[in-house]
Design a protein around this ligand. Structure first.
Ligand code: URA
Length: 230
């Protein structure tokens, strides 16, 4: 929200008066004077007039969860348990998921209340690598490698996927790297080359790597370094 709107909104101050207060250096954002009335101020910043806080900073939360199979990547559902139910109720408020996993899929899931940050993680244009360990029903073919590199045509979206890589670990086991996160993307890519995924586990998104010591259903806050990496 723009700074002038925050100052005027919350205090019965007119927009004109708010702009004057800002221009004369009486408004601070996170304890630093800000004279730009049009600056966008996130909900994670405190705003003060003459040293009196008029809007508290909301605490930003960034969590890494090892998603177990059977949980929906949703906040509420009538029939299935959701990943939010795995999080302490004191931390759940306003959390959303940064890159869903299908109900049967496991592994790295990010939960946050910072929408700008999670958009950078999932936005296809930004091309953050997402790494999955997959097992398949049939052997992984040379054709699959080539087609993944070329991009697979998705009829529904009318687009080709970005070049993706397969690192074969065994005949029916591979590490796959994609750069978007479209609906059922990895499953649909294997389906397009006549194969079927029997398990899918996300290991990494950019520099966010699932910890080995995080058991299914467990979670931890991201470190400052991990947050800054996105
Ligand atoms: N691609 C899929 O098909 N499923 C997932 O859960 C994640 C990526």
């Amino acid at each position: 929200m723009k700074l002038s709107r925050i100052v005027s909104n919350q205090n019965g101050i007119s927009r004109k008066r708010a702009n004057a207060l800002i221009a004369t250096g009486r408004v601070a954002v996170n304890d630093v004077v800000c004279r730009e009335a049009q600056r966008n101020i996130s909900e994670f910043c405190a705003v003060a007039i003459d040293g009196t806080v008029i809007r508290q900073a909301q605490p930003a939360r960034y969590l890494m969860l090892n998603k177990p199979a059977g949980y929906l990547s949703a906040t509420v559902d009538d029939t299935h348990p959701t990943v939010l139910e795995l999080i302490n109720p004191n931390l759940r408020d306003e959390l959303h998921i940064g890159g869903r996993l299908d109900r049967a899929s496991t592994g790295l899931l990010i939960l946050t209340n910072d929408g700008n940050w999670s958009r950078r993680l999932t936005e296809p244009r930004i091309k953050i690598p997402k790494v999955y360990r997959v097992t398949t029903e049939g052997p992984i073919t040379a054709e699959a490698h080539q087609r993944f590199e070329e991009g697979i045509w998705f009829e529904y979206e009318q687009l080709a996927t970005s070049p993706a890589q397969i690192e074969e670990l065994d005949e029916c086991l591979a590490r796959v790297t994609i750069y978007e996160g479209r609906y059922h993307q990895v499953k649909r890519m294997f389906h397009a080359v006549g194969n079927r995924i029997t398990s899918l586990h996300r290991e990494r998104m950019g520099k966010l790597q699932l910890n080995d010591e995080l058991l299914p259903g467990q979670y931890r806050p991201l470190t400052a370094e991990e947050i800054a990496s996105v």
